[in-house]
Ligand binder design. Structure first.
Ligand code: PEP
Length: 250
């Protein structure tokens, strides 16, 4: 039985003051959430604050991105070792905003996955099709290609050290959630794709859904057999909404 994971991606939102309030709220309510794992991914500059507020709590934390490089003249970049310095457990790789706004291609994302894994971080590999790709009927090909880039570099067993987040691009930040059936269909396809290569990996890997998941629609999405949690953007910025999603995960 895979444990569910609910992770908040705060994107480029918040301030010292708002983050303190948000974490206070989540910490206060988290007592009810017993079985699922909960994590937050703040902007990197707040990782120190998040670490000091969450140390000793059941909530994990992670980053939204990392460099493919270890150190040196890479202005603006953040190395895996720096994330370890702040005791991050997770790091998102290949979020659709990184892919579309910052030109991250499959090969770069695969390298980030490898660098994160080598550093002992748990990479959350974000994949998903655009609206145009869905309308062209190539959703499965797109997610298979995105996963294959990691498998080609690292081998199938490496996926077991990370998490996959299926996030249809057309559902991210748009309020248009994939229906539970639509999401389950792609999650089942991903699971089968992995199972065809390694049944144990397929059984173990958590596949999260992301894309306008909120307090109202989470329960139905999370009840699907191949949906092992959620990657939550907007709704992770309000403690009560985030906690409702966490409770829906069980
Ligand atoms: C995300 O950014 O990963 C995401 C799922 O955002 P939202 O929940 O706002 O669609």
């Amino acid at each position: 039985m895979r444990q569910k994971l609910v992770a908040g991606n705060w994107k480029m939102n918040g301030s010292r003051a708002s983050i303190k309030g948000l974490l206070d709220g989540i910490k206060k309510g988290i007592g009810d959430v017993v079985d699922s794992e909960v994590a937050v991914c703040p902007p990197a500059c707040y990782l120190g604050e998040v670490e000091s507020q969450l140390s000793g709590s059941p909530i994990a934390w992670g980053a939204q991105n990392l460099s493919t490089e270890a150190s040196g003249a890479f202005t603006g970049e953040i190395a895996a070792s720096m994330l370890n310095d702040f005791n991050c457990k997770y790091v998102l790789v290949g979020h659709s905003e990184r892919r579309s706004l910052y030109g991250e291609e499959d090969a770069t994302v695969a390298k980030k996955f490898a660098v994160a894994r080598a550093a002992g971080l748990k990479p959350v590999l974000c994949i998903g099709e655009t609206l145009q790709e869905r309308e062209q009927g190539v959703t499965n090909e797109v997610v298979a290609r995105q996963i294959s880039a990691v498998v080609a570099l690292e081998g199938i067993a490496a996926l077991a050290a990370g998490v996959i987040a299926y996030e249809p691009v057309w559902a991210i930040g748009t309020g248009k959630t994939a229906s539970p059936a639509q999401a389950q269909e792609v999650h089942a396809f991903i699971r089968k794709l992995l199972a065809d290569q390694d049944a144990a990996v397929a059984e173990k890997v958590q596949i999260l859904y992301g894309g306008s998941m909120n307090a109202a629609n989470a329960a139905e999405l999370l009840a699907q057999p191949d949906i092992d949690g959620g990657l939550i953007g907007g709704a992770a910025l309000k403690a009560e909404d985030f906690l409702t999603i966490c409770r829906a995960a069980g």
